[in-house]
Design a protein around this ligand. Structure first.
Ligand code: SF4
Length: 159
């Protein structure tokens, strides 16, 4: 049975930078969890960062640079977390991922601009980008309906 990698904070794990979670309360999530399809993963914690931790943003793409609000270089931890996300997704046979929107690790489409200005810009988080680069479809929590359709269309996932 194919599985779904999911941002751990969406499953209620208190792994966010502020020590909180972002539980996504939905019958589909409950069903997938009962079926054993969900693989919770937090790239930032897996990459070695503590919880709580300072908020971080992607400051630069080429070469990649991730800074915390207090000026620490989080780039190695973010890169390691992205590598591990792919490793875990492959190991557990994840056909897709459900990841937190607007996160510098997990977002599939937009992130904050790197200046802690509260401005969102186009671009994906490092872990989501790594998954997508290797053919794993990434949805965020605002796209849950699309993920439900995607899963239904994957006979191998639905089996
Ligand atoms: Fe959630 Fe992803 Fe941030 Fe971890 S890195 S707290 S899983 S959004």
């Amino acid at each position: 049975m194919h599985k779904i990698l999911i941002s751990a904070c969406l499953l209620g794990e208190k792994v966010r930078y502020d020590g909180q979670h972002r539980l996504l309360d939905h019958p589909a999530i409950e069903r997938w969890q009962r079926e054993g399809r969900l693989v919770p993963f937090c790239p930032e914690v897996a990459g070695g960062l503590p919880t709580p931790r300072p908020a971080a943003e992607i400051r630069q793409r080429f070469p990649i640079l991730v800074n915390s609000r207090d000026g620490q270089d989080f780039t190695p931890a973010f890169l390691r977390g992205a590598e591990l996300a792919l490793e875990v997704a492959r190991r557990d046979g994840c056909c897709c991922a459900l990841m937190k929107a607007d996160s510098p690790s997990c977002s599939n489409s937009r992130v904050y601009d790197g200046h802690f200005s509260g401005t969102l810009v186009e671009g994906s988080g490092l872990a989501a980008a790594e998954l997508m680069r290797h053919g794993i479809a990434v949805f965020d929590e605002t796209q849950l309906a699309h993920l439900i359709d995607f899963i239904a269309a994957q006979t191998s996932c639905a089996a």
